[in-house]
Write a protein that binds this ligand. Structure first.
Ligand SMILES: O=C(O)CCC(=O)C(=O)O
Ligand SMILES: [Fe+2]
Length: 319
């Protein structure tokens, strides 16, 4: 981590919330909210996600991404990229036309047959060439959901909401595990291309376990790009558009990007977990976030409709 990042982005330990005294829990919650407001990012330690599980996921996803393109394309095309593989250059940031220099694979919520929400979600697709992926990716998904629940409970307490306010929204929610491969750059790639153009995530919060290489940057309120990196055992947490919307922008969505490598030109892998409410959950402004100086900015919308609008904007759904 650069010294600049170290001083700018707060590092918090989740154990202080899950196992701490009431003082430590309060302090954790306050620091989390302050971090989201000040820089949009916090770095989380003590999250309890097993290192082996993270390493195994990287190993298996790398196996998938090194398969021939024709094989990977068999797993493409499920509902605007909601599940399975999305090929190189397809997604672009909201106001850009050049596609990002990445390919990725989405794993979504998997509910038992007969669950009332199971028909709301497309079925996951699993590459038969990497048989172990299903088990390891789903275990990882569950672990990240647990961390997300804890973080959102802390935020709800800090905002004087009932503790499960956000946690109920993400219960059986539409969260997405995205495994990303940014290939080494070569001359055939679009000259204006960047690994991931400047953007905000669509969801409530995003959890990013350590990536395999640097490149992630956040935009400060002062308009300066600053590198952020999670080391082994750390998770970066940031705020997305849905959280910004329901907090009436009291918590802004974090603007970030992934820049091209300057030194060694190798593949980069990362695995963001986008924490989403269930599709019928209403994104409605939290009353305490409406004040005379900050009147209500957005009408209510369901999480499903909001997501659809944004997927059209970033090129994953064609209207
Ligand atoms: O690869 C990363 O570190 C971040 C990726 C990202 O911001 C995204 O996919 O939304
Ligand atoms: Fe992002």
């Amino acid at each position: 981590m650069s010294t600049q990042t170290a001083s700018l982005v707060k590092t918090l330990n989740l154990k202080n919330f899950t196992h701490g005294t009431s003082e430590q829990r309060k302090e954790f919650a306050a620091e989390f909210e302050a971090g989201l407001k000040e820089t949009g990012f916090i770095i989380l330690e003590g999250h309890g996600v097993n290192t082996h599980l993270i390493e195994k996921n990287y190993e298996l996803w790398e196996k998938f991404f090194t398969l021939d393109t024709e094989i990977k394309q068999k797993y493409e095309g499920v509902e605007g990229g909601a599940r399975g593989y999305t090929g190189f250059g397809k997604e672009h940031a909201k106001n850009r036309s050049v596609g990002d220099l990445k390919e990725f694979f989405h794993v979504g919520q998997e509910l038992p047959v007969g669950h009332p929400l199971s028909s709301d979600y497309a079925a996951n697709v699993w590459p038969e060439e990497v048989a172990e992926l299903r088990q390891y990716a789903l275990n990882f998904y569950r672990e990240l959901e647990r961390v997300a629940r804890n973080m959102l409970e802390a935020l709800a307490i800090q905002m004087d909401l009932r503790p499960r306010f956000f946690a109920d929204m993400i219960q059986d929610g539409n969260s997405i595990l995205r495994a990303i491969h940014y290939p080494p750059l070569d001359d055939s790639m679009d000259k204006g291309g960047i690994r991931a153009g400047e953007h905000e995530d669509i969801n409530l919060i995003t959890l990013l376990v350590e990536s395999t290489a640097s490149g992630l940057e956040l935009l400060t309120h002062e308009g300066e790009w600053v590198p952020v990196k999670a080391e082994k055992g750390q998770i970066i947490v940031d705020a997305g558009d849905m959280l910004s919307r329901i907090t009436n922008e009291v918590i802004p969505a974090t603007t970030h990007r992934v820049v091209n490598p300057e030194g060694e030109n190798t593949s980069r892998y990362s695995m963001p977990f986008f924490v989403h409410p269930y599709p019928n959950s209403l994104l409605e402004t939290i009353p305490s976030c409406i004040t005379e100086d900050n009147p209500e900015k957005y009408p209510p919308i369901t999480a499903g409709d909001f997501l659809y609008e944004r997927l059209v904007e970033i090129g994953l759904i064609k209207k």
